[in-house]
Design a protein around this ligand. Structure first.
Ligand code: ATP
Ligand code: MG
Length: 331
C-alpha cells in the first residue's frame, strides 16, 4: 500500500479548544508521520464566512499557527500554510461549483446550524463553505482527511463532487476518505453536553481552551454538567459523564472501558478532579511551547511562506489539469 496524502484545514477563528485538539490537531501530528506529503492549512478564507474583525483575524492566524507548531507539527515533515496564500483554492472553488448540487449544499447540517446563529447576515460564503473545503482537499488529490465527527458530511460531499467531476470530465480528482478518531471525535460542551464544543458558538464556561491556565481548566471541569446518577460509566442518558470519560481516556492514553473500571465506586466529584488533572497535564506542554513560539511573528510568517510555496507547486498542477479538462483557457 502506498503512503496516504493527508490534508486537513483548521480555522483561525477565536481560540482553539480541547475539541479541536483531540478531534483534529492530535491526528495531524500523527498524520505527519504517515503522509507523503501531509498538508495542513489554516483556513482564513473559511473564517470570513461569519462576522469577524480583520485585525483580529490576522492575530488569530498567528495564534493558530503557533498552536499547531507547539502541538508538534514540524515544517520539516509536513506542509503548513495559510489558505489565502495559495490562490488555486479560490479558483478551484468556482470550477467545482459547476459540479456541485445546490440541493446537496442545502442539506448541510453545518450551514443549518451556523446560519441560525448569525445576527446580521447569513452570507453566501457560509452556504458555499463546503465547496471551498472540497477545493482545499481535492487540489492536493488527498486520500485521507483527518477531521472531527462534525465534518463527516462535508467529506461525503467532496467525494460526491470528485465523483461527479470525474464522470463528467474524465478521471482527474481523487475521492478522499475521512479519518475520524475512535475516541474523542466529538468532544461536547461541558455546560451543554448535548452540543459539540465549538469555536463560534462557545460558552466560556463550557469550553476548555488549549491555552487555558491550569486554574481555569480545573474550574471548568469542576463545574461540568453531569447527571443525577452516581456511576462513572458511559451511557445514552449520561452525555456529560460520557464526554468526561472520553476526555480522560485521550488525555491519559487509555481505553474508555479502563476508565470506567478505574473509577468504579468513585463519586463524580473525585472523577471530575481526576479529569481536570489529566487535562492540565495533557495541555501543559503545548501551552509552554506556544509561549516560546508565538512572539516571533516573523518566524511564523517565514514558516507559512515556505509552506505556501510547496503547497502551490502541488495545487497548480491539479488546476492546470482541471482547467484543461473543463475546456477553460487555451488548449
Ligand atoms: P466552528 O464552530 O466555528 O466551526 P470549530 O470549533 O468547529 O469552529 P474548526 O476550525 O471549524 O473549529 O474545526 C477544526 C477541526 O476540529 C475540524 O476537523 C473539526 O471537525 C474538529 N472539531 C471541531 N470541534 C470539535 C469537537 N467538539 N470535537 C472533536 N473535534 C472537533
Ligand atoms: Mg467547525
Amino acid at each position: 500500500m502506498s503512503a496516504p496524502i493527508v490534508f486537513s484545514g483548521i480555522q483561525p477563528t477565536g481560540r482553539k479548544h480541547l475539541g479541536n485538539y483531540i478531534g483534529a490537531i492530535r491526528q495531524y501530528v500523527e498524520g505527519q508521520e504517515r503522509g507523503e506529503p501531509a498538508i495542513f492549512c489554516i483556513v482564513d478564507l473559511h473564517a470570513i464566512s461569519v462576522a469577524y474583525d480583520p485585525a483580529e483575524l490576522r492575530e488569530r492566524l498567528y495564534d493558530t499557527t503557533a498552536i499547531l507548531l507547539a502541538a508538534g507539527l514540524d515544517p520539516a515533515r509536513c506542509i503548513l500554510f495559510r489558505q489565502s496564500d495559495v490562490r488555486e483554492h479560490t479558483e478551484l472553488t468556482w470550477l467545482l461549483s459547476a459540479v456541485t448540487s445546490h440541493g446537496d449544499l442545502n442539506r448541510m447540517h453545518q450551514f443549518k446550524d451556523k446560519s441560525t446563529q448569525q445576527r446580521e447576515l447569513v452570507s453566501a460564503a457560509l452556504f458555499f463553505y463546503p465547496v471551498l473545503m472540497a477545493a482545499d482537499v481535492l487540489a492536493y488529490r488527498a486520500t485521507e482527511v483527518p477531521v472531527g465527527d462534525d465534518q463527516r458530511q462535508h467529506v461525503e460531499l467532496m467525494r460526491e463532487i470528485a465523483r461527479r467531476f470525474n464522470e463528467r470530465f474524465g478521471e482527474t480528482l481523487v475521492e478522499p476518505e475521512h479519518r475520524i478518531p475512535a475516541i474523542g471525535a466529538r468532544i461536547m460542551d461541558l455546560q451543554e453536553p448535548e452540543r459539540k464544543m465549538s469555536t463560534t458558538a462557545a460558552s466560556e464556561a463550557g469550553t476548555v481552551y488549549v491555552l487555558d491556565e491550569p486554574e481555569a481548566i480545573r474550574r471548568k471541569l469542576g463545574s461540568a454538567v453531569t447527571d443525577s446518577g452516581r456511576e462513572v460509566r458511559r451511557g445514552e442518558d449520561k452525555a456529560g459523564i460520557t464526554n468526561l470519560i472520553d476526555v480522560y481516556a485521550v488525555a491519559r492514553g487509555v481505553d474508555p472501558g479502563e476508565v470506567e473500571r478505574e473509577f468504579e465506586g468513585a463519586g463524580y466529584g473525585d472523577f471530575k478532579q481526576a479529569v481536570a488533572e489529566a487535562t492540565v497535564d495533557f495541555l501543559a506542554p503545548v501551552r509552554q511551547r506556544y509561549a516560546e513560539l508565538r512572539p516571533d511573528e516573523a518566524a511564523l510568517e517565514a514558516t507559512l511562506a515556505a509552506g505556501a510555496e510547496k503547497a502551490h507547486a502541488i495545487a497548480a498542477g491539479t488546476l492546470t489539469e482541471v482547467r484543461d479538462r473543463m475546456g477553460i483557457g487555451p488548449a
